[in-house]
Design a protein. Sequence first.
Length: 139
Amino acid sequence: MLLPKLHRAIAPGGLFLVWRNVFGHPDVITPFRERVAQIVAGRGGPPRPGPDAEEITAASAALTGSGLFFVHDTATFRWSIELDDEGVRGLFATFSDWSTDEAARAAAAVRELGGTVVEHYMTWLIALKPLDVRSGGGR
């Protein structure tokens, strides 16, 4: 298992940082995000398993459930970027659950919507500290 190995590898006073980029902020619905939702809906399969990407609480619980770490701090950042069709194609091609054809369809949507889109994102960060399991779990 990965968490025990990480626990052993962290130097005294060190932190284990976990972050996640949430593509498409849930509070900002744009015509491009609607097109992306249509592409995903066309897959016909079940949604991606696991907690919602926005759910920092569930991620924190999963990471501390081993009893090896505690949450030292969390932060959430909102940001945006303007992308053209090639930027969207390149970005979406890096998503493990997107096919080349789907990334091309997202790029085509950018062209149809005027050539550039502003993508609104959220990134969350969890800073974890290892518990000293040898001394009964002290911080």
